[in-house]
Design a protein around this ligand. Structure first.
Ligand SMILES: C[S@@+](CC[C@H](N)C(=O)[O-])C[C@H]1O[C@@H](n2cnc3c(N)ncnc32)[C@H](O)[C@@H]1O
Length: 344
């Protein structure tokens, strides 16, 4: 999925840095997992991964991919579940249109002017979401299978949404892609014997865990994540929220990030670095973030064991043709340090 601040194009640098700078690292916490791109790459590279994010749809993406260690068998079904969901329609189910939350609130009809989805795709999202929930309630899905199917749905929705990348606003004219029919792809599962863990918590609740390395990719500017992905959160939760304003925003007072607030970001980083109980810490950031390079380097040095702190800056010019609207001078950064605690 295209994700603000997503590291899909930096995976090689992140894995190389871990291999180059550390010894005996087998387990990694990805504490701000977002799209799950880093956690999935770590799993594919043989690490035991703990993936965490305070957004529920992000948790669903991680739990349905990283958290699944065997290709799901769907043993209670004698048909292909993904094919069935791809063919679902109002005619072949008993779900009434009144129960279709996405259709009623995010596609144009007599009660709604919002143009996030064409009617057929909005209804299809609802039918798939309700069917997954009903199968789960009836005990027909394992936990892995439930999240695997939800992850497939969350991944599919943006491909037919009438947006310019994020759900903060919808376009006023129908984009070409919205005429396509929503299609679930099978999530790619890396099979492993290692135990993966996925949580949906604030980062402060995870810092005390002792993994070999903690990877932290926090927000780097004042743009909150929930408003930009509010519809994915609602599809994931399907909790009938009260909606506000032109875009039909759900309430997110409990999902605001301290990393997005100028007057809180220093303290947020100090908490991250000071309270990290993992042996190594690797932070992704950039040189135009809410906190400056010198200030963040100083914090890292303050808590680093010996002279272990390294700042690695990645010249993005080589990737510029892959990243539209990339600002000249913007540098991706990796702050690496060994933490004190394990030395004492
Ligand atoms: C830059 S994105 C991570 C991108 C991810 N590495 C990827 O490649 O997709 C930052 C993430 O931090 C999460 N986040 C922000 N504040 C948080 C907090 N206090 N606790 C947990 N997660 C938080 C956001 O929901 C967002 O998904």
């Amino acid at each position: 999925m295209r994700y603000i601040g997503g590291k899909a194009l930096l995976l090689g640098h992140i894995i190389d840095t871990i291999k180059r700078e550390t010894e005996n690292v087998e387990s990694v916490i990805d504490i701000f997992s977002g799209s799950g791109a880093v956690g999935n790459a770590l799993k594919a590279n043989g690490y035991r991964v703990w993936s965490n994010d305070f957004l529920y749809f992000s948790y669903v993406l991680a739990r349905g991919t990283i958290g699944v260690c065997r290709e799901p068998a769907f043993k209670h079904f004698d048909f292909d579940v993904i094919d069935y969901l791809n063919d679902i329609s109002l005619e072949n189910t008993a779900y009434p249109l009144e129960k279709c939350f996405i259709y009623n609130h995010y596609s144009p009809n007599e009660n709604c002017g919002r143009m996030y989805f064409q009617n057929k795709n909005a209804v299809k999202i609802d039918l798939i979401r309700m069917q997954i929930e009903d199968w789960n309630t009836a005990g027909l899905l394992s936990e892995d299978e439930y999240y695997y199917l939800l992850a497939a749905l969350i991944n599919a929705a943006p491909y037919v949404a009438n947006i310019a990348g994020v759900f903060g606003a919808y376009l006023k004219f129908w984009d070409k892609r919205t005429y396509n029919t929503l299609h679930l792809e099978r999530p790619r599962i890396v099979e492993t014997e290692k135990e993966m863990l996925c949580t949906n918590a604030d980062y402060t609740q995870i810092l005390g865990e002792r993994y070999d390395l903690l990877y932290a990719d926090p927000p780097y500017n004042s743009r909150e994540y929930l408003p930009n992905y509010h519809i994915l959160e609602t599809i994931a939760r399907y909790d009938d929220p009260e909606l506000y304003g032109v875009t039909g925003m759900r309430d997110y007072k409990d999902q605001k990030s301290v990393f997005c607030k100028k007057n809180a970001v220093y303290h947020a980083f100090e908490t991250l670095i000071r309270d990290c109980k993992s042996r190594y810490l690797l932070i992704s950031y950039n040189n135009e973030g809410m906190i400056g390079t010198d200030e963040l380097s100083e914090l890292c040095r303050k808590y680093a064991a010996g002279d272990s702190f390294r700042l690695i800056e990645i010249d993005y010019r080589r990737y510029q043709n892959k990243i539209p609207n990339r600002k000249a001078g913007l540098k991706e950064q990796l702050y690496f340090l060994r933490r004190n605690e394990w030395d004492t």
